[in-house]
Design a protein around this ligand. Sequence first.
Ligand code: S3P
Length: 451
Amino acid sequence: MTDLIVYPAEKPLEGGVPVPTDKSIGHRALLFSALANGTSRIQKFAGGGDNISTANALRAMGVVIDESESKGSRELTVKGVGIFGLKKPEAPLDCGNSGTTMRLFCGLLCAQEFSTTMIGDESLSGRPMMRVIKPLALRGAKISGKAHPKKSGDVTAPLQIEGLGEEIYLSELEYESEISSAQVKSAILLSGLYAHGTTYFREPTVSRDHTERMMQALGVPLRTMGPLVELDPSGWRGVLDPLDIEVPGDLSAAAFLITAAQIVSGSRVTMRGVGVNPTRTGILEIVRDMGGSVVIDHQSERSGEPVADLHALASSLHSARIGGEVVARAIDEIPIACALAARASGTTEITDAAELRVKETDRIAAMASVLRSFGITCEEKSDGMSIQGTHEKLKAAEVESRGDHRIAMTSAVLALVGDGPTKIKDADCISTSFPRFVATLRALGARVDVV
Ligand code: S3P
């Protein structure tokens, strides 16, 4: 197991660095390429652990995915098998740490004739799955799992997905989700491709919409109206054309560098070609609300997704209230927003973020523990936290990642403003989403040892 020693920054973080490409878009590009008729090309594929889990699950069902290097980045060629061309895998599909893989595959696999089993690592085997199983069951899917040890009535992996018998189809579905979740929405929409009847899905506020954008680009008859999505496959020929996509940079990964630049004085960090889909840009609004500075330029569109160059500049931060609909658009960035709050004058209140309790780890409890290790005063609430910020140096700490990539990277960012070296234990999980994180920090001038 790898630990990191992160030293306090002795000089500003400076430079232009690449960020890994978007993990969410990577999953979807793989899935839709696999289901297309013909060969797709995915340029700038990040290749983090979660995306690899999706690729390997598809390979196990007969999809040929070849990898090559092009201009220093990874390119995939995916030979699609068509929406009815997947083959029964010989062994359980291992989703690793990836909740997105497991939940999206629930939607895809419940519509197949063959049965499958999905497994995951320890963290994934503790995550709630009823949120996808329940709506899919309403349209005829048969998915069962292990009783959840902590949430009564819920289930977790391993999941068994029973194949539909011959000439049995999923039915129409009208579903109102209590939570805003792109994983739930995407699972339902994927199943909707196979259903006999229309799919209506509504969520409290719009979660990331990469699935909708990709489906529309591929000619799927899908319409959106705010938080309502309608997919009516009647009249659709059931064929997806191959994709040629260049994946944008991942704003969720960039958020760690944006924050590092805000809190290390004098810093200026540039990241080019980062995804700025409005359903993902909550963190940019949070930074702005706290008095931070990210200059956005060269906005354009890449494969149906908005992208831009981001220049993050050191700032003097103040507290803010983080709650309401922005939370859904910054759901993966709340841990790093805690780091901003730790360096802001005043007390920052985070609310409406109960979903953080069921991520790779309980991120509210994990962040409260990390912040306290660094000497920050904070109070844990059921759906968030209040954090008393400081401009003083933080107490150097020894922190546990708890196997959660975002907790590990947030800790590394906080360590840059410590009063001595900080140890981050069990940092291998960072490769889930940002394999070159340490190299990137070093390129910006930070000192990080891997031990
Ligand atoms: C994701 C959706 C979000 C997010 C996760 C990726 C996706 O999860 O936290 O990292 O790619 O659909 P929820 O749908 O549970 O909010």
